[in-house]
Design a protein around this ligand. Structure first.
Ligand code: FES
Ligand code: FES
Length: 152
């Protein structure tokens, strides 16, 4: 088994796994962080969204070998003024219902606000379209992103 050096939430890890193992598996089962969720496993739902060097990616379809040597951020490591504003807005507007999709939603919202401090509804819909919510919290997600933009 090859060994991969990963940096997750500013901590270094070394994992001996197959190069093709999805990053999601490694985050959950080897690093032990369970906040990132498995939804579809085929890049269709966004539940597994993490940041790789600041860019949102689907960790269910990203082989661990592609993440080695890069900065991986999961929901547990979402910090800084934008992440805090998003989390505050999420609580204020009581966005989650069952909560299963929400760590992925938050990671995508943070990435959007990093690149666009005042997104329009259309910007939000475009950035969030890959994050599905079976509970239909889309309206509250949109409102919470606008609220987070005010809080930054
Ligand atoms: S679990 Fe990765 S996109 Fe659905
Ligand atoms: S809050 Fe239940 S799937 Fe989104």
């Amino acid at each position: 088994m090859p060994s991969f050096k990963l940096n997750v939430n500013n901590k270094d890890y070394s994992v001996d796994v197959d190069a093709q193992m999805p990053l999601l598996w490694v985050i959950r089962d080897f690093v032990g962080l369970k906040g990132t969720k498995y939804g579809c496993g085929i890049s269709q739902c966004g539940a597994c969204t993490v940041h790789l060097d600041g860019t949102p990616i689907r960790s269910c379809m990203t082989p661990v070998s592609q993440a080695a040597g890069k900065k991986i951020t999961t929901i547990e490591g979402a910090e800084g003024n934008i992440s805090e504003a998003v989390q505050k807005a999420w609580i204020e507007l009581q966005v989650p219902q069952c909560g299963y999709c929400q760590s992925g939603q938050v990671m995508s919202a943070v990435a959007l606000l990093k690149n666009n401090k005042k997104p329009t509804d259309a910007d939000i819909d475009a950035a969030m379209q890959g994050n599905l919510c079976r509970c239909g919290t889309y309206m509250r997600i949109r409102q919470a992103i606008h609220r987070a933009a005010e809080l930054i």
